[in-house]
Write a new protein. Structure first.
Length: 476
């Protein structure tokens, strides 16, 4: 009888190992148990022994191994096991199946985040000793976001792409069903609004602070109502989430103080930097690109979505105070577009009333490859924004080696850490003075460029991916 049992166990292990290597798990009557885990326990020799992880040889590993083998042997003999496994124990045996929800990546910043994060995040899953798996949920229009050279299950949505409220409703209907069908262990929604997930852990991320702090700015009614709804839904979803990723210390402190999230449910993970901004430094090619945009000569750059909290009007007014001598051969370049029609009229009136309207050029939305040339060749980059979470334009400007002037509103001092000139927000006179001083002080501009490049090294997509992997897979 013992011989038959040993032969049966050996036969089962061989069969389960074969099915595991083909990318599936062997289905027992009561529970799916990855065969490779059983092999690693019954035959603790390389390479399978390495799968035991850091607890190999410990009393906890021996107890867990005994439970797994006992469970498998009981099923072999047709016995219903009375072993009660917690959800954490099941996941330790099976590994996690993590769903990355790409559907919220609509705006430029969200798309850039996933485009840079997903390749190194996939590497983290691939190189892990644990049996964690990745599943992507994306629309067919997002094919460029999902890495094609990784072993992962991708669920593509076809047809017309749902945006705004329709996308949120679509996610709320679809994701809970996918969690059950695909046996998802954890869902990652890189946004602050998402579906209610009850059968898996849910990790969310705060991408936008506008909805929480927009109250003192004037918007069109549509955008005001959008922010009201976004704030209410964000609070509800963040409080339900199992874990929330804060992309700056400012966001983390806000979540603790104003939302009421406990510290142990928050992970601080900064975005990375765009390495391509400094990889190419051909001045002649940059000059040709700029001429294609209608730019010839020296210029000051301000960029970002044209929304009321960006305070682009302050930069335009400060530029107008520089005087004709300073601006005779200098231009102000405004790169970015917006959805608030009222604010667009404010900016247009400010340009028309400027002493130098012909020296101000608005470009609208600029392709990313053109933004590199703007960053690298500007005399300085001015960021007057007052509401940010982890501004991509700040990290991009540092990575390109810009001389930067920025307002003192958080999280900008946290992001720049002394590598730029700060001014009190809305103090147009001081902003104009800093712009004037940097125009004539080439040594200071060079020093700020060096400091910005050095500071940009603190932001890494590889580190962001490693910390995101930990946030998705490390659970008590």
């Amino acid at each position: 009888m013992v011989g038959r049992a040993n032969a049966s166990v050996s036969s089962l292990l061989r069969r389960s190992f074969v099915t595991r290597t083909s990318g599936t798990t062997f289905a027992f009557d009561r529970m799916d148990v990855p065969g490779v885990l059983l092999v690693s326990i019954v035959y603790p020799t390389p390479p399978c022994a390495s799968l035991l992880g850091d607890c190999e040889g410990s009393e906890r590993a021996e107890n867990l191994a005994f439970e797994r083998v006992t469970y498998a042997v009981r099923i072999l003999f047709g016995q219903v096991p009375d072993l009660k496994l917690s959800r954490h124990q099941k996941e330790s045996m099976q590994g996690l199946n993590v769903l990355i929800n790409c559907l919220p990546a609509v705006s430029g910043g969200a798309v850039s985040h996933l485009r840079n994060l997903l390749p190194p995040l996939c590497d983290c899953f691939l190189n892990s000793r644990l049996d964690h798996r990745l599943t992507f949920l994306a629309h067919k229009y997002q094919q460029g976001l999902v890495p094609s050279n990784v072993k992962a299950n991708t669920l593509w949505l076809h047809g017309a792409r749902s945006l705004g409220v329709r996308r949120v409703l679509q996610e709320r209907w679809l994701i809970p069903r996918l969690v059950k069908r695909e046996r998802i262990s954890a869902v990652f929604t890189p946004y602050q609004i998402g579906a209610r997930v009850t059968d898996a852990r849910h990790v969310m991320m705060v991408q936008n602070m506008e909805a929480f702090l927009f109250g003192s700015y004037r918007y069109t009614f549509e955008n005001w109502l959008r922010n009201i709804l976004l704030k209410r839904q964000s609070l509800r979803c963040l409080l339900r989430a199992d874990r929330v990723i804060a992309i700056s210390g400012f966001v983390r402190d806000f979540l603790k103080r104003n939302v009421g999230l406990p510290d142990d449910r928050i992970r601080l993970i900064y975005h990375g930097r765009e390495s391509g901004l400094t990889a190419h430094m051909d001045v002649m090619e940059d000059t040709q690109k700029l001429r294609g945009l209608g730019i010839d000569g020296e210029f000051i750059l301000t960029c970002g979505s044209l929304l009321p909290y960006r305070r682009c009007e302050d930069v335009i007014e400060a530029f107008g105070q520089l005087g004709k001598v300073r601006t005779s051969r200098l231009r102000l370049i405004v790169a970015g577009s917006g959805t608030d029609r009222r604010y667009a009229r404010v900016i247009q009136r400010k340009i028309v009333s400027s002493p130098h309207p012909q020296r101000i050029l608005t470009l609208g939305q600029v392709p990313w490859e053109m933004m590199g040339a703007l960053y690298r060749q500007c005399q300085m980059c001015v960021l007057a924004t007052e509401i940010e979470a982890c501004p991509s334009i700040a990290i991009e400007a540092m990575a390109a080696g810009c001389a930067i002037i920025a307002s003192d509103r958080p999280p900008l001092p946290e992001m720049f850490a002394g590598c730029c000139e700060h001014y009190p927000a809305r103090d147009v006179g001081m902003l104009s003075g800093l712009m004037s001083r940097l125009l004539v002080d080439g040594a200071r501009r060079s020093e700020l460029r060096r400091l910005a490049l050095e500071r940009s090294k603190a932001f890494s997509w590889e580190r962001c991916a490693e910390e995101t992997y930990a946030a998705l897979t490390e659970w008590e």
